[in-house]
Design a protein around this ligand. Structure first.
Ligand code: GRG
Length: 293
């Protein structure tokens, strides 16, 4: 299947499901603030990874849809909180005012909190999964998004502003901040099959680590080569915050080369699973490298 069609179909199914979320929110203005960020576009990369990994594990039904929503909810919560004045203090996200600009800071914090807790509730209530699948998915998602993963990466990121990091330190930071959730997307997808084999999980981990890094290097490259209009968020913000990036440490050309090397590592893992350039995971690795926003 062509990646464009797959991404469109994934977005459609995901967004239809997300529109129905938070319907029984006890205070309706909260639902409005949550939906403002949850339904405003975005590439929906993590849900696409969940779905592709589920398919690779032999699950061709719609079991991917609930874990995919959970991943997107955690991702959107992280973006809302990341934009807050106490963190990156950004006014623009996905081409629109950030949640705290559109509403206010307290609402943005609470919208993020609600998204995070709902992600775990959704999986816990998923009647398509066995109890042991639910448990495994919740552990993976908790480890990837909390103090062992994304939250730790975010703290490292805040701590390293105006500090000179080396390339290894930068890779460690990003493996936590961005990579952990990308890997979890693949893991949760594969866990849709209750008898998934260990080799698939191992190779997907290698693939996820590599595309996670390629994703971040590309993010650093786009921060200097793209425009605010195309990115939907302020271009040049890394430089303004005096952050170490792959471009600041390696220069543009070597950063591009490093992103390509990571993509090659990812596709090597796919080759060992007998997947080729036609497979969706291969096309997704290419998409991560060549994306323009
Ligand atoms: C606040 C706990 C907490 C964590 C925030 C992920 C993160 C940690 C912050 C996001 C900051 C950022 C811009 C990181 C660069 C990589 C990244 C995650 C970009 C945004 O993800 P995309 O490109 O976004 O998948 P869309 O809008 O397409 O969903």
């Amino acid at each position: 299947m062509k990646l464009d069609l797959f991404l469109d179909d994934t977005r459609q199914q995901l967004e239809q499901a997300l529109k129905a979320s938070f319907n029984s929110t006890a205070f309706p203005p909260l639902q409005k603030a949550i939906h403002y960020s949850l339904l405003d576009g975005g590439k929906r990369l993590r849900p696409a990874l969940v779905r592709t990994a589920a398919q690779s594990a032999g699950e061709l039904n719609d079991k991917w849809l609930i874990p995919a929503q959970a991943l997107e909810m955690i991702h959107v919560y992280s973006l809302i909180h990341d934009d807050l004045p106490a963190m990156d203090n950004d006014d623009l996200r996905r081409g629109r005012p950030t949640n705290h600009k559109r509403f206010d800071e307290a609402t943005a914090i609470l919208a993020g909190d609600a998204l995070q807790t709902e992600a775990f509730g959704l999986i816990a209530r998923d009647s398509n999964l066995t109890d042991s699948q639910v448990r495994a998915m919740i552990i993976q998602l908790s480890d990837a998004s909390g103090a062992k993963g994304m939250v730790a990466g975010q703290m490292l990121d805040l701590d390293s502003e105006q500090k000179a990091l080396n390339v290894d330190q930068l890779a460690h930071l990003h493996s936590l901040k961005t990579g952990a959730l990308i890997k979890a997307s693949l893991r949760l997808g594969a866990l849709c099959n209750p008898t998934v084999n260990d080799d698939l999980l191992t190779q997907l981990d290698i693939y996820g680590t590599a595309i996670g890094l390629a994703f971040q290097i590309t993010d650093d490259i786009l921060d200097v080569t793209s425009t605010t209009e195309v990115l939907g968020k302020p271009q040049g913000s890394d430089i303004a915050a005096q952050k170490s990036t792959y471009v600041s440490l390696l220069g543009l050309e070597r950063a591009k080369q490093k992103a390509k090397e990571q993509t090659d590592l990812a596709t090597q893992a796919l080759r060992s699973l007998d997947m080729n350039t036609d497979s969706l995971l291969w096309q997704l690795a290419d998409y991560v490298l060549k994306r323009n926003h």
